[in-house]
Write a new protein. Structure first.
Length: 114
């Protein structure tokens, strides 16, 4: 769970460098197309943290190696070291649920065994 305001401030302070460090090009295109981009960036940020925790790596991953894809049901695409870690720990598909209120964005991820 993360405060949407916290992400809005990060976007204002760090702009493109924050976006490029944490989100893939497809995620940036999606979020920037929305009336309230901060809300969608916050949801994806929370989702990436949830996926890292579901994989047992905590937040020790490269942000862009976890990509949130799809609508209306979000899915997860892994790449790089994060994909290798998922394979090592026997994670198969990852189920993801995301939600937000006016102030908070939250996500829950469950890594299913292969």
């Amino acid at each position: 769970m993360i405060e949407i305001e916290r992400i809005r401030r990060a976007l204002e302070r760090h702009g493109e460098s924050f976006k490029e460090r944490c989100f893939t090009a497809a995620e940036r295109t999606y979020c920037d197309s929305k009336p309230n981009p901060s809300q969608h960036y916050a949801g994806r940020f929370a989702a990436k943290e949830a996926v890292g925790k579901a994989l047992g790596s905590g937040v020790y991953f490269t942000w862009k190696e976890i990509e949130v894809r799809g609508r209306p049901k979000p899915g997860v695409y892994l790449s790089g070291r994060t994909a290798a870690w998922a394979e090592k720990v026997g994670a198969g598909s990852i189920e993801l649920s995301m939600t937000h209120s006016r102030e908070l964005a939250a996500a829950i991820a469950v890594a299913l065994s292969e």
